[in-house]
Design a protein around this ligand. Structure first.
Ligand code: XMP
Length: 536
């Protein structure tokens, strides 16, 4: 049976990160809303309570009945999780004099406590809290303190129940992963058998069982998630899988041709549909961003459905939905998370059931699974790309000529990012490797392309703007393009990438010299929030 750690989400921004860290230990975990603990699930081996935006004494604070877990599983409370257990069991939690945010050191800790096995003296931890535990419940003892926080960690005497005020899941808690390993592996007995190879084996077997001889349809986008889902399904059911890849005319330069070629090399049964004429016609004269998105969404469903209906006897619709797309708990504090699935609204009369083989995976795990199945690196490391494609990167109305200009400029930019190599060492190198970027460490250094170092890059055609330039002896009056490159882990927040000046100079030169219709290049230095990654 697949063992699992349950992470109960009280709404903290770092809950997903706890999940990622546990998965990095190759132990399976599920993040569930704080009030959805699976009482009768025999595969649960331990429980982690996350942080929260609330104070324990807030009226609307999330609370649970601790008797469901206390004494039944090992429990670790993090920040609010620790405060809540302490408060609920008779301790005292009060507002700290000042909100403590940032690095701190464990000035003392119980060396023999299994939670701190292998910890160094003065280990650095990351604090982010406005409340502090001022008195522990009876029978609890303090097991670590910082200079400002006496009860930085506690354990219930004789019980497998711990609380930590700091955030072990955050990168700046230097031995945070060790603490989680101590909890998950040593205390809970996690087997560390969750690997890409075991995932592929188990999932292929499950898909065979689930799907039998049924026919399955899958919409491919050229992106990592749908491609990995297709290859997994292909392994399980072969030609019973039919993939549909729609070209709406607003993909990157040569993307439809290149990706179709990749898919064919992977042995996938793909129908490529060039529907660009329809999309261009329906978008003619439309300038409003929302309107563009609606038209593209509607046309996409129409084209996809027409093709899907031709596949007789299909019983399933497969999608490359991944875990962050659906973590229900993200909505517990009422925040609306982007929805970005482009295949939807299939005709009801087809009665298709949904098959989502990647629904438990984080993005980096999807990439590991893709590599495990031997997929080409350029497919696996592709940046995310919006469903409506270049249509949301052309300000103003869309014409085939504008798309051509943007494709040419973007191609120079993206090729440049792939070709430009940087050497990294120390923490920077570690961060890049931890994100799954393919690179080998030699003499403490790695070499990676700019492309692999960033989350996403693209070019925007400001076709509603014209500016004057001079080329040779001629005056020009043409459009600018804006280059965008961001670093991120989930696209929910993003920072603009600090690209090297010599790289920007070279790309700008090449675009202006080679792309007719562009005479100025700008670089977008806005972060998200308050901006978004895409311009429209
Ligand atoms: P924003 O612009 O909201 O984008 O910061 C966040 C991430 O989502 C991608 N994006 C989309 N992806 N269909 C998609 O599949 C869409 O309609 C869509 N709009 C934005 C965007 O590229 C970024 O990665």
């Amino acid at each position: 049976m697949q063992q699992k750690i349950i992470i109960l989400d009280f709404g903290s921004q770092t809950t997903q990160l706890i999940g990622r860290r546990v998965r990095e230990l190759d132990t399976f975990c599920e993040i569930l809303p704080y009030n959805k603990f699976p009482k009768d699930d025999p595969s649960v081996i331990g429980v982690i309570l996350s942080g929260s935006p609330f104070s324990v004494y807030d009226k609307e604070a999330f609370r649970i009945d601790l008797s469901e877990i206390r004494g039944k599983y090992p429990v670790l409370g993090i920040c609010y999780g620790a405060q809540f257990m302490s408060y609920a069991l008779g301790g005292k939690v009060e507002p700290a004099g000042t909100r403590e945010y940032g690095r701190a050191r464990l000035e003392s800790f119980e060396r023999e406590n299994p939670l701190f096995k292998g910890f160094d003296d003065h280990s650095q931890v990351w604090m982010s809290h406005g409340d502090t535990i001022t008195a522990l419940p009876e029978g609890f003892r303090v097991i670590a303190s910082t200079d400002k926080v006496v009860n930085a960690a506690y354990q219930a005497e004789g019980e497998k129940l711990w609380g930590v005020q700091f955030h072990p899941e955050v990168f700046h808690s230097v031995q945070g992963t060790l603490l989680l390993k101590n909890f998950v592996v040593d205390i809970c007995g996690g087997r560390q058998d969750w690997s890409a190879a075991s995932f592929v084996d188990t999932t292929v077997a499950e898909l065979k069982e689930q799907l039998g001889d049924d026919r399955v349809i899958l919409g491919l986008s050229g992106g990592v998630d749908s491609s990995v889902a297709a290859v997994l399904l292909n392994k399980a059911i072969g030609s019973n899988l039919t993939c549909i890849f729609v070209d709406h005319g607003m993909l990157r330069k040569n993307e439809f041709r290149d990706v179709m070629h990749d898919y064919e090399c992977l042995g996938l049964n793909v129908i490529g549909v060039d529907a660009s004429a329809k999309f261009f016609k329906d978008l003619e004269g439309v300038t409003d961003p929302e309107q563009k998105r609606k038209i593209i969404g509607r046309d996409f469903v129409e084209v996809f459905n027409t093709e899907a209906k031709k596949i007789t006897g299909a019983k399933w619709l497969a999608q490359g939905t991944i875990y962050p797309d659906r973590i229900e708990s993200l909505n517990i504090t009422g925040k609306v998370i982007k929805s970005h699935h482009n295949v939807g609204g299939l005709p009801e009369e087809m009665h298709l059931q949904l098959c989502e083989p990647l629904k438990w995976l984080f993005k980096d795990e999807v990439r590991r699974v893709g590599r495990q199945m031997g997929m080409p690196e350029h497919l696996i490391t592709r940046h995310p790309f919006p469903g409506p494609g270049l249509a949301v990167r052309i300000l103003g109305d869309i014409t085939p000529e504008k798309v051509r200009i943007l494709q040419d400029a973007d191609d120079i930019y993206i090729r440049g990012l792939r070709d430009y190599k940087v050497r990294l060492s120390g923490e920077e190198a570690r961060k890049v490797l931890a994100a799954g970027v393919p690179a080998t460490m030699t003499d403490g250094e790695i070499e990676v392309s700019l492309y692999d170092q960033i989350w996403q890059a693209g070019t925007v055609l400001l076709s509603t703007v014209r500016s004057v330039g001079v080329m040779g002896d001629e005056r020009t009056y043409e459009h600018p393009v804006a280059l965008r490159a961001v670093t991120s882990t989930d696209a929910m927040t993003a920072d603009w990438a600090h690209l090297p000046y010599d790289f920007m100079a070279k790309v700008s030169n090449e675009i202006i010299n080679k792309v007719k219709g562009v005479n100025r290049v700008c670089y977008d230095i806005s972060s998200k929030p308050p901006s978004t990654i895409e311009w429209e």
